[in-house]
Design a protein. Sequence first.
Length: 276
Amino acid sequence: MLVTTREMFAKAKEGNYAIPSPDYFDSNSCRAYVRTAEKLHQPTIISYAQAHSEMLNVEEAAMIGLYYAKHASVEVALHLDHGTTKEVIFKAIDLGFSSVMIDASMESFENNVSRTKEVVEYAHKHGVTVEAEIGHVGSGENYENHDVTDSIYTEVDTARKFVEQTNVDSLAVSIGTAHGKYKGTPIINFDRLHELHEAISVPLVLHGGSSSGDENLHRCASEGISKINIFTDLIVSALDHVNEAHPEDYFKLLHTADEGMMEMLEHYYHVFGCDR
């Protein structure tokens, strides 16, 4: 069933676990994620990233996501991930997405607040929840060199002011992870996470979950994060399964890739503590 993230996050905060949010890029990946959630009797947040618009535009993403969300036997939120333009974000809301993200994290604090407030006002009129970002989760880095990163850690006072001024429903924070694939294991600033958890009333979101280490992610989920974005590890698992199985035809290849994504997503459900 299609829901907003509001109900999911309330349960996650109370239960000290995090909900996986995998990015889908076609019908197969979307179906695989929902089937995994149904198998485990767990909610999910299926996300479509604006960055994937060359593979799947927002109209196509809405049709696919709404179909699987509305026909699912578990709670499913349909989320726009890293929306960067008002046009795409508003269109996603109009098309039926139940949650959207406005990512203006690389702009000034004032511009981030202004753009987020505009999205929140429009989204809330339509019963849609909004995620925004303070600090900046950068691109995949070699975590064997911890001095080199384009990430910007989230400051507690700035985050508090941002939430108060925007009325945003959830907040993506930067505490040491990065998007994409990288070597090594990131150093998570758990002290900063605890400070943010104490100071911020809305649910906290972690981006760049892939390759961040199971122990790190389990701690994040149990110590204040309510949603963790996963993508790269799912795609890597799909390719690994294909390379190992050497499928004989295209249909077996698709099935094998789906199995790889589902296996990895199920793994993360356990890591994030959803089965507690």
